[in-house]
Design a binder for this molecule. Structure first.
Ligand SMILES: Nc1nc2c(c(=O)[nH]1)N[C@H]1C(S)=C(S)[C@@H](COP(=O)(O)OP(=O)(O)OC[C@H]3O[C@@H](n4cnc5c(N)ncnc54)[C@H](O)[C@@H]3O)O[C@H]1N2
Ligand code: MOO
Length: 404
Protein backbone atom coordinates (compact mmCIF):
# COMPACT_ATOMS: atom_id res chain seq x y z
CA UNK A 1 0.00 0.00 0.00
CA UNK A 2 1.45 3.38 -1.02
CA UNK A 3 -0.03 6.49 0.53
CA UNK A 4 2.67 8.97 -0.49
CA UNK A 5 2.62 9.19 -4.20
CA UNK A 6 4.08 11.77 -6.56
CA UNK A 7 1.20 13.30 -8.40
CA UNK A 8 1.63 14.13 -12.09
CA UNK A 9 -0.62 15.42 -14.87
CA UNK A 10 -2.29 13.36 -17.58
CA UNK A 11 0.05 14.85 -20.20
CA UNK A 12 3.13 14.01 -18.11
CA UNK A 13 1.90 10.44 -17.67
CA UNK A 14 1.20 10.10 -21.39
CA UNK A 15 4.70 11.45 -22.05
CA UNK A 16 6.27 8.85 -19.75
CA UNK A 17 4.45 6.07 -21.58
CA UNK A 18 5.49 7.55 -24.94
CA UNK A 19 9.08 7.35 -23.76
CA UNK A 20 8.90 3.56 -23.38
CA UNK A 21 10.64 1.89 -26.26
CA UNK A 22 8.27 -0.48 -28.10
CA UNK A 23 9.19 -3.01 -30.72
CA UNK A 24 7.15 -3.05 -33.89
CA UNK A 25 7.13 -6.33 -35.79
CA UNK A 26 5.85 -7.06 -39.28
CA UNK A 27 4.65 -10.17 -41.11
CA UNK A 28 3.23 -11.21 -44.47
CA UNK A 29 -0.40 -12.23 -44.34
CA UNK A 30 -3.08 -13.16 -46.80
CA UNK A 31 -5.32 -10.28 -47.88
CA UNK A 32 -8.29 -12.42 -46.87
CA UNK A 33 -7.20 -12.18 -43.21
CA UNK A 34 -6.01 -8.59 -43.30
CA UNK A 35 -9.13 -6.73 -42.09
CA UNK A 36 -8.14 -4.24 -39.34
CA UNK A 37 -4.41 -4.96 -39.66
CA UNK A 38 -2.17 -1.96 -40.38
CA UNK A 39 -0.16 -1.97 -43.61
CA UNK A 40 3.61 -1.95 -43.18
CA UNK A 41 4.41 -1.22 -46.83
CA UNK A 42 3.28 1.13 -49.58
CA UNK A 43 1.20 -0.73 -52.16
CA UNK A 44 1.33 0.36 -55.83
CA UNK A 45 -0.82 -0.47 -58.85
CA UNK A 46 0.86 -3.21 -60.88
CA UNK A 47 -1.46 -2.54 -63.84
CA UNK A 48 -3.97 0.15 -64.83
CA UNK A 49 -7.66 0.05 -63.93
CA UNK A 50 -9.57 -0.30 -66.13
CA UNK A 51 -6.97 -2.58 -67.69
CA UNK A 52 -8.89 -2.51 -71.00
CA UNK A 53 -11.40 -0.17 -72.69
CA UNK A 54 -14.52 -1.03 -70.69
CA UNK A 55 -18.15 -0.71 -71.67
CA UNK A 56 -20.20 1.35 -69.20
CA UNK A 57 -23.53 0.07 -70.52
CA UNK A 58 -25.38 -2.88 -71.93
CA UNK A 59 -25.99 -2.02 -75.58
CA UNK A 60 -24.40 -2.08 -79.02
CA UNK A 61 -20.87 -1.11 -79.99
CA UNK A 62 -20.48 0.72 -83.31
CA UNK A 63 -17.60 2.22 -85.27
CA UNK A 64 -16.96 5.98 -85.11
CA UNK A 65 -17.48 6.26 -88.85
CA UNK A 66 -21.04 4.89 -88.44
CA UNK A 67 -22.02 7.41 -85.78
CA UNK A 68 -24.47 9.46 -87.92
CA UNK A 69 -27.79 9.37 -89.79
CA UNK A 70 -29.93 7.70 -87.15
CA UNK A 71 -32.27 5.85 -87.07
CA UNK A 72 -30.51 3.15 -89.09
CA UNK A 73 -30.11 -0.61 -89.16
CA UNK A 74 -26.94 -2.51 -88.23
CA UNK A 75 -25.90 -6.11 -88.63
CA UNK A 76 -25.21 -7.79 -85.25
CA UNK A 77 -22.01 -9.79 -85.62
CA UNK A 78 -21.54 -11.13 -82.10
CA UNK A 79 -22.40 -10.83 -78.42
CA UNK A 80 -19.66 -9.92 -75.88
CA UNK A 81 -20.36 -10.68 -72.24
CA UNK A 82 -18.21 -9.33 -69.39
CA UNK A 83 -15.06 -11.46 -69.31
CA UNK A 84 -15.19 -12.29 -73.06
CA UNK A 85 -13.43 -10.65 -75.98
CA UNK A 86 -14.47 -10.27 -79.61
CA UNK A 87 -12.46 -12.59 -81.86
CA UNK A 88 -13.79 -11.09 -85.11
CA UNK A 89 -12.91 -7.83 -86.89
CA UNK A 90 -15.78 -5.36 -87.32
CA UNK A 91 -16.50 -3.34 -90.41
CA UNK A 92 -18.80 -0.45 -91.30
CA UNK A 93 -22.52 -1.14 -90.93
CA UNK A 94 -21.91 -3.75 -88.25
CA UNK A 95 -22.68 -3.59 -84.53
CA UNK A 96 -21.66 -5.84 -81.69
CA UNK A 97 -23.96 -6.58 -78.77
CA UNK A 98 -21.91 -5.76 -75.63
CA UNK A 99 -22.51 -5.95 -71.88
CA UNK A 100 -21.54 -3.61 -69.04
CA UNK A 101 -17.96 -4.31 -67.96
CA UNK A 102 -16.98 -6.13 -71.17
CA UNK A 103 -13.82 -5.30 -73.14
CA UNK A 104 -14.75 -2.98 -75.99
CA UNK A 105 -13.11 -4.00 -79.31
CA UNK A 106 -10.38 -1.52 -80.37
CA UNK A 107 -12.28 -0.40 -83.46
CA UNK A 108 -15.50 0.44 -81.55
CA UNK A 109 -15.86 4.18 -80.89
CA UNK A 110 -19.16 4.27 -79.01
CA UNK A 111 -21.54 2.04 -77.06
CA UNK A 112 -25.20 2.85 -77.68
CA UNK A 113 -27.47 2.00 -74.73
CA UNK A 114 -29.93 -0.82 -75.26
CA UNK A 115 -32.83 1.54 -74.45
CA UNK A 116 -32.40 3.52 -77.71
CA UNK A 117 -32.28 0.44 -79.90
CA UNK A 118 -34.77 -2.10 -81.19
CA UNK A 119 -33.81 -5.63 -82.08
CA UNK A 120 -35.37 -6.49 -85.45
CA UNK A 121 -34.14 -10.10 -85.74
CA UNK A 122 -31.31 -12.32 -84.46
CA UNK A 123 -28.79 -10.44 -86.58
CA UNK A 124 -30.44 -7.04 -87.14
CA UNK A 125 -30.79 -4.08 -84.79
CA UNK A 126 -32.29 -0.65 -85.34
CA UNK A 127 -30.29 2.06 -83.58
CA UNK A 128 -32.69 4.95 -83.16
CA UNK A 129 -30.33 7.71 -82.09
CA UNK A 130 -26.75 8.38 -81.09
CA UNK A 131 -25.52 9.34 -77.62
CA UNK A 132 -23.44 12.26 -76.39
CA UNK A 133 -20.80 10.17 -74.61
CA UNK A 134 -18.83 7.23 -75.88
CA UNK A 135 -19.88 5.21 -72.79
CA UNK A 136 -16.44 3.62 -72.84
CA UNK A 137 -14.04 3.96 -69.88
CA UNK A 138 -10.49 4.43 -71.09
CA UNK A 139 -7.53 2.32 -69.96
CA UNK A 140 -6.16 3.69 -66.66
CA UNK A 141 -9.13 6.04 -66.20
CA UNK A 142 -9.09 5.36 -62.44
CA UNK A 143 -5.55 4.05 -61.77
CA UNK A 144 -2.40 4.12 -63.84
CA UNK A 145 0.27 1.47 -63.42
CA UNK A 146 2.55 2.65 -60.59
CA UNK A 147 -0.08 4.74 -58.75
CA UNK A 148 0.10 4.58 -54.96
CA UNK A 149 -2.94 2.60 -53.82
CA UNK A 150 -2.46 2.44 -50.05
CA UNK A 151 0.35 3.85 -47.95
CA UNK A 152 2.14 2.19 -45.08
CA UNK A 153 0.28 2.90 -41.85
CA UNK A 154 -3.19 2.50 -43.40
CA UNK A 155 -5.56 0.55 -41.24
CA UNK A 156 -7.18 -1.93 -43.59
CA UNK A 157 -10.93 -1.49 -43.73
CA UNK A 158 -13.43 -3.07 -46.10
CA UNK A 159 -12.66 -0.57 -48.88
CA UNK A 160 -8.92 -1.22 -48.60
CA UNK A 161 -9.45 -4.97 -48.71
CA UNK A 162 -11.52 -4.56 -51.88
CA UNK A 163 -8.84 -2.32 -53.46
CA UNK A 164 -6.11 -4.91 -52.81
CA UNK A 165 -8.31 -7.60 -54.31
CA UNK A 166 -9.11 -5.44 -57.34
CA UNK A 167 -5.37 -5.58 -58.13
CA UNK A 168 -5.20 -9.30 -57.51
CA UNK A 169 -2.98 -8.82 -54.45
CA UNK A 170 -3.20 -11.94 -52.30
CA UNK A 171 -0.47 -11.16 -49.72
CA UNK A 172 0.67 -8.01 -47.98
CA UNK A 173 3.10 -6.90 -45.29
CA UNK A 174 1.36 -5.75 -42.11
CA UNK A 175 2.36 -4.82 -38.58
CA UNK A 176 1.85 -7.68 -36.18
CA UNK A 177 -0.88 -6.99 -33.67
CA UNK A 178 0.64 -6.50 -30.21
CA UNK A 179 0.06 -9.45 -27.88
CA UNK A 180 -1.85 -8.18 -24.89
CA UNK A 181 -2.30 -9.90 -21.54
CA UNK A 182 -5.22 -8.79 -19.37
CA UNK A 183 -5.37 -9.33 -15.64
CA UNK A 184 -8.44 -8.50 -13.55
CA UNK A 185 -7.52 -8.34 -9.87
CA UNK A 186 -9.92 -8.76 -6.99
CA UNK A 187 -11.18 -11.43 -4.61
CA UNK A 188 -14.69 -10.14 -5.28
CA UNK A 189 -14.76 -11.20 -8.92
CA UNK A 190 -17.07 -13.83 -10.38
CA UNK A 191 -17.17 -14.95 -14.00
CA UNK A 192 -20.34 -14.54 -16.06
CA UNK A 193 -22.27 -17.82 -15.79
CA UNK A 194 -21.15 -18.53 -12.20
CA UNK A 195 -23.91 -18.40 -9.56
CA UNK A 196 -24.17 -15.08 -7.75
CA UNK A 197 -22.51 -14.95 -4.30
CA UNK A 198 -23.40 -12.24 -1.80
CA UNK A 199 -20.91 -9.36 -1.67
CA UNK A 200 -19.22 -10.37 -4.89
CA UNK A 201 -19.52 -8.83 -8.35
CA UNK A 202 -19.21 -10.15 -11.86
CA UNK A 203 -15.99 -9.26 -13.64
CA UNK A 204 -17.02 -6.79 -16.31
CA UNK A 205 -13.73 -4.89 -16.69
CA UNK A 206 -11.78 -7.92 -17.94
CA UNK A 207 -14.19 -8.50 -20.83
CA UNK A 208 -14.42 -4.71 -21.34
CA UNK A 209 -10.66 -4.47 -21.81
CA UNK A 210 -10.60 -7.57 -24.00
CA UNK A 211 -13.20 -6.04 -26.33
CA UNK A 212 -11.50 -2.63 -26.32
CA UNK A 213 -8.13 -4.18 -27.16
CA UNK A 214 -9.66 -6.13 -30.03
CA UNK A 215 -11.54 -3.06 -31.30
CA UNK A 216 -8.30 -1.11 -31.27
CA UNK A 217 -6.03 -3.52 -33.07
CA UNK A 218 -4.50 -5.65 -30.31
CA UNK A 219 -4.46 -9.41 -29.91
CA UNK A 220 -5.62 -10.64 -26.50
CA UNK A 221 -3.50 -13.65 -25.60
CA UNK A 222 -4.60 -14.17 -22.00
CA UNK A 223 -7.45 -12.97 -19.84
CA UNK A 224 -6.73 -13.91 -16.23
CA UNK A 225 -8.23 -13.17 -12.84
CA UNK A 226 -6.19 -13.03 -9.68
CA UNK A 227 -7.36 -12.76 -6.10
CA UNK A 228 -6.03 -9.89 -3.99
CA UNK A 229 -2.81 -11.66 -2.95
CA UNK A 230 0.51 -9.90 -3.43
CA UNK A 231 2.63 -12.98 -4.20
CA UNK A 232 0.11 -14.39 -6.72
CA UNK A 233 -0.21 -11.00 -8.36
CA UNK A 234 3.59 -10.64 -8.68
CA UNK A 235 3.93 -14.19 -10.07
CA UNK A 236 1.23 -13.68 -12.68
CA UNK A 237 2.67 -10.31 -13.69
CA UNK A 238 6.09 -11.89 -14.04
CA UNK A 239 4.61 -14.50 -16.32
CA UNK A 240 2.51 -12.11 -18.39
CA UNK A 241 5.35 -9.64 -18.92
CA UNK A 242 7.53 -12.41 -20.35
CA UNK A 243 4.80 -13.59 -22.77
CA UNK A 244 3.16 -10.35 -23.89
CA UNK A 245 4.01 -7.08 -25.62
CA UNK A 246 1.69 -5.16 -23.29
CA UNK A 247 -0.03 -6.04 -20.02
CA UNK A 248 -3.21 -4.39 -18.76
CA UNK A 249 -4.57 -4.82 -15.28
CA UNK A 250 -7.71 -3.53 -13.65
CA UNK A 251 -8.30 -2.98 -9.93
CA UNK A 252 -5.99 -2.90 -6.96
CA UNK A 253 -4.31 0.41 -7.83
CA UNK A 254 -5.60 2.41 -4.90
CA UNK A 255 -4.52 2.46 -1.25
CA UNK A 256 -6.73 -0.30 0.19
CA UNK A 257 -5.22 -3.11 2.26
CA UNK A 258 -5.60 -5.43 -0.73
CA UNK A 259 -4.47 -3.06 -3.50
CA UNK A 260 -1.14 -4.46 -4.67
CA UNK A 261 -0.49 -2.88 -8.05
CA UNK A 262 1.45 0.06 -6.63
CA UNK A 263 3.74 -2.45 -4.86
CA UNK A 264 4.16 -4.41 -8.07
CA UNK A 265 5.08 -1.12 -9.76
CA UNK A 266 7.74 -0.38 -7.18
CA UNK A 267 9.17 -3.90 -7.57
CA UNK A 268 9.29 -3.62 -11.37
CA UNK A 269 12.33 -2.85 -13.54
CA UNK A 270 11.14 0.66 -14.31
CA UNK A 271 8.50 2.64 -12.43
CA UNK A 272 6.55 5.22 -14.46
CA UNK A 273 3.73 6.70 -12.34
CA UNK A 274 1.05 5.88 -9.79
CA UNK A 275 -0.92 9.06 -9.17
CA UNK A 276 -2.48 11.49 -11.61
CA UNK A 277 -4.16 14.85 -11.11
CA UNK A 278 -7.26 13.71 -12.98
CA UNK A 279 -10.58 11.99 -12.47
CA UNK A 280 -11.59 9.32 -13.10
CA UNK A 281 -8.59 7.08 -12.61
CA UNK A 282 -6.38 9.18 -10.34
CA UNK A 283 -4.53 6.09 -8.99
CA UNK A 284 -3.77 4.76 -12.52
CA UNK A 285 -0.34 3.18 -12.39
CA UNK A 286 2.21 2.22 -15.02
CA UNK A 287 5.56 0.48 -15.05
CA UNK A 288 7.82 -1.56 -17.30
CA UNK A 289 8.89 -5.07 -16.41
CA UNK A 290 11.08 -7.29 -18.60
CA UNK A 291 10.78 -4.66 -21.32
CA UNK A 292 6.97 -4.93 -21.32
CA UNK A 293 4.84 -1.96 -20.34
CA UNK A 294 2.18 -2.67 -17.73
CA UNK A 295 -0.72 -0.24 -17.51
CA UNK A 296 -2.63 -0.77 -14.29
CA UNK A 297 -6.08 0.77 -14.63
CA UNK A 298 -8.56 1.46 -11.88
CA UNK A 299 -11.13 -1.17 -10.93
CA UNK A 300 -13.89 1.39 -11.19
CA UNK A 301 -15.46 0.60 -14.59
CA UNK A 302 -15.81 4.23 -15.75
CA UNK A 303 -12.19 4.90 -14.82
CA UNK A 304 -11.03 1.68 -16.49
CA UNK A 305 -12.81 2.63 -19.73
CA UNK A 306 -11.51 6.22 -19.73
CA UNK A 307 -7.98 5.10 -18.84
CA UNK A 308 -8.03 2.66 -21.73
CA UNK A 309 -8.55 5.47 -24.25
CA UNK A 310 -6.12 7.90 -22.60
CA UNK A 311 -3.22 5.49 -22.01
CA UNK A 312 -3.74 2.11 -23.71
CA UNK A 313 -5.16 3.08 -27.10
CA UNK A 314 -2.19 5.36 -27.97
CA UNK A 315 0.19 2.59 -26.85
CA UNK A 316 -1.56 -0.01 -29.02
CA UNK A 317 -1.25 2.31 -32.02
CA UNK A 318 2.49 2.78 -31.41
CA UNK A 319 3.00 -0.99 -31.76
CA UNK A 320 1.70 -0.68 -35.33
CA UNK A 321 3.64 2.43 -36.24
CA UNK A 322 0.78 4.85 -35.60
CA UNK A 323 -0.57 7.26 -33.06
CA UNK A 324 -3.82 7.66 -31.15
CA UNK A 325 -6.94 7.66 -33.29
CA UNK A 326 -8.86 9.84 -30.84
CA UNK A 327 -9.64 13.21 -32.41
CA UNK A 328 -9.36 16.33 -30.28
CA UNK A 329 -11.87 19.09 -31.03
CA UNK A 330 -13.64 21.94 -29.22
CA UNK A 331 -17.43 21.81 -28.98
CA UNK A 332 -20.11 23.61 -27.00
CA UNK A 333 -21.49 21.72 -24.01
CA UNK A 334 -25.28 21.55 -24.15
CA UNK A 335 -25.77 21.81 -20.38
CA UNK A 336 -24.18 23.26 -17.26
CA UNK A 337 -21.60 21.20 -15.40
CA UNK A 338 -21.33 22.58 -11.94
CA UNK A 339 -19.32 20.16 -9.81
CA UNK A 340 -15.85 21.70 -9.56
CA UNK A 341 -13.09 19.36 -8.44
CA UNK A 342 -9.47 19.98 -7.58
CA UNK A 343 -8.54 17.54 -10.39
CA UNK A 344 -9.28 17.85 -14.13
CA UNK A 345 -12.24 15.62 -15.02
CA UNK A 346 -12.67 13.62 -18.22
CA UNK A 347 -16.35 12.82 -18.53
CA UNK A 348 -18.10 10.31 -20.72
CA UNK A 349 -20.18 11.99 -23.39
CA UNK A 350 -21.90 11.82 -26.75
CA UNK A 351 -21.63 14.17 -29.67
CA UNK A 352 -24.82 15.25 -31.44
CA UNK A 353 -26.15 17.87 -33.86
CA UNK A 354 -28.29 20.65 -32.43
CA UNK A 355 -31.25 22.35 -34.19
CA UNK A 356 -28.87 24.52 -36.23
CA UNK A 357 -26.90 21.43 -37.36
CA UNK A 358 -23.97 22.42 -35.14
CA UNK A 359 -22.06 19.64 -33.40
CA UNK A 360 -22.38 19.72 -29.64
CA UNK A 361 -21.28 17.53 -26.75
CA UNK A 362 -23.25 16.37 -23.74
CA UNK A 363 -22.51 14.24 -20.73
CA UNK A 364 -24.00 10.78 -20.95
CA UNK A 365 -25.19 8.89 -17.88
CA UNK A 366 -23.46 9.17 -14.56
CA UNK A 367 -20.16 10.99 -14.07
CA UNK A 368 -19.20 8.57 -11.25
CA UNK A 369 -16.14 6.49 -11.96
CA UNK A 370 -17.98 3.44 -10.59
CA UNK A 371 -20.72 3.76 -13.25
CA UNK A 372 -20.81 1.14 -15.99
CA UNK A 373 -24.18 1.79 -17.65
CA UNK A 374 -22.92 4.46 -20.04
CA UNK A 375 -19.83 2.79 -21.48
CA UNK A 376 -21.66 1.29 -24.45
CA UNK A 377 -23.11 4.64 -25.46
CA UNK A 378 -20.06 6.83 -24.84
CA UNK A 379 -18.69 8.27 -28.08
CA UNK A 380 -16.49 11.02 -26.65
CA UNK A 381 -14.96 12.51 -23.50
CA UNK A 382 -14.99 16.15 -22.53
CA UNK A 383 -12.71 17.87 -20.08
CA UNK A 384 -13.79 19.89 -17.08
CA UNK A 385 -10.62 21.70 -16.00
CA UNK A 386 -9.87 21.60 -12.25
CA UNK A 387 -11.63 24.10 -10.00
CA UNK A 388 -14.04 25.15 -12.74
CA UNK A 389 -17.69 24.91 -13.65
CA UNK A 390 -18.91 24.98 -17.22
CA UNK A 391 -21.92 26.94 -18.38
CA UNK A 392 -24.34 25.75 -21.02
CA UNK A 393 -23.06 26.69 -24.49
CA UNK A 394 -19.44 27.11 -23.37
CA UNK A 395 -16.83 25.36 -25.51
CA UNK A 396 -15.00 22.43 -23.96
CA UNK A 397 -12.16 20.21 -25.09
CA UNK A 398 -13.54 16.98 -26.55
CA UNK A 399 -11.91 13.69 -27.53
CA UNK A 400 -13.87 11.75 -30.15
CA UNK A 401 -13.47 8.01 -29.80
CA UNK A 402 -12.65 5.84 -32.79
CA UNK A 403 -15.21 3.17 -33.87
CA UNK A 404 -18.19 5.17 -32.67
N1 LIG B 1 -8.69 5.87 0.69
C1 LIG B 1 -8.78 6.01 -0.63
N2 LIG B 1 -9.61 5.20 -1.30
C2 LIG B 1 -9.70 5.32 -2.63
C3 LIG B 1 -8.93 6.26 -3.29
C4 LIG B 1 -8.03 7.06 -2.56
O1 LIG B 1 -7.31 7.92 -3.11
N3 LIG B 1 -7.99 6.89 -1.24
N4 LIG B 1 -9.05 6.39 -4.64
C5 LIG B 1 -10.35 6.05 -5.17
C6 LIG B 1 -10.28 6.10 -6.58
S1 LIG B 1 -10.15 7.64 -7.23
C7 LIG B 1 -10.34 5.02 -7.34
S2 LIG B 1 -10.40 5.20 -9.06
C8 LIG B 1 -10.46 3.69 -6.82
C9 LIG B 1 -9.46 2.74 -7.49
O2 LIG B 1 -9.73 1.51 -7.05
P1 LIG B 1 -8.85 0.26 -7.41
O3 LIG B 1 -8.34 0.36 -8.78
O4 LIG B 1 -7.88 0.00 -6.37
O5 LIG B 1 -9.91 -0.86 -7.59
P2 LIG B 1 -10.57 -1.78 -6.52
O6 LIG B 1 -10.46 -1.20 -5.18
O7 LIG B 1 -10.04 -3.12 -6.76
O8 LIG B 1 -12.03 -1.65 -7.04
C10 LIG B 1 -12.71 -0.45 -7.18
C11 LIG B 1 -14.18 -0.75 -7.59
O9 LIG B 1 -14.21 -1.34 -8.85
C12 LIG B 1 -14.82 -2.63 -8.79
N5 LIG B 1 -14.11 -3.53 -9.68
C13 LIG B 1 -12.85 -3.96 -9.52
N6 LIG B 1 -12.51 -4.81 -10.49
C14 LIG B 1 -13.59 -4.93 -11.28
C15 LIG B 1 -13.86 -5.70 -12.44
N7 LIG B 1 -12.93 -6.50 -12.98
N8 LIG B 1 -15.07 -5.58 -13.02
C16 LIG B 1 -16.02 -4.75 -12.48
N9 LIG B 1 -15.80 -4.00 -11.38
C17 LIG B 1 -14.62 -4.10 -10.78
C18 LIG B 1 -14.65 -3.05 -7.36
O10 LIG B 1 -15.55 -4.02 -6.97
C19 LIG B 1 -14.83 -1.73 -6.64
O11 LIG B 1 -16.19 -1.42 -6.50
O12 LIG B 1 -10.17 3.67 -5.44
C20 LIG B 1 -10.84 4.69 -4.69
N10 LIG B 1 -10.56 4.51 -3.32
O1 MOO C 1 -10.09 8.55 -9.93
MO1 MOO C 1 -11.33 7.56 -9.34
O2 MOO C 1 -11.51 6.80 -10.85
O3 MOO C 1 -12.33 9.04 -9.50
O4 MOO C 1 -12.80 7.03 -8.67
Amino acid sequence: MYLNRDIITLEEAQGLLQGVNLQTKTKKISTAEALFYVLAEDVYATFPIPAFRRSGYDGYGILNEDDHSFPREFEIIDNIGAGSVLEKKMSSGQAVRIMTGAKVPDEVGKVIMLEVTEKLSDDKVLIKESMKNSNISSIGEEFLKGDLLLSSGTRLNAGAISLLNAFGIAEILVYQKPKVGILATGSELLKAGEPYVEGKIYNSNGPLLEALVRENGGLVVTLDNVKDELQDTLAILNDLTSQCDLVLTTGGVSVGDFDFMAEAAKAADQFLFNKLSMRPGSPTTAFVHKGTPVIALSGNPGACFTGFYLFVEPTLQRFVGGKSRLKQVKLPLVHDYDKPNNFDKYLRATVNFDHDSRLTVSQIGSDKSSALGNLHSTTAFFKVPHDSSIHKGEEVEVWLLPYK
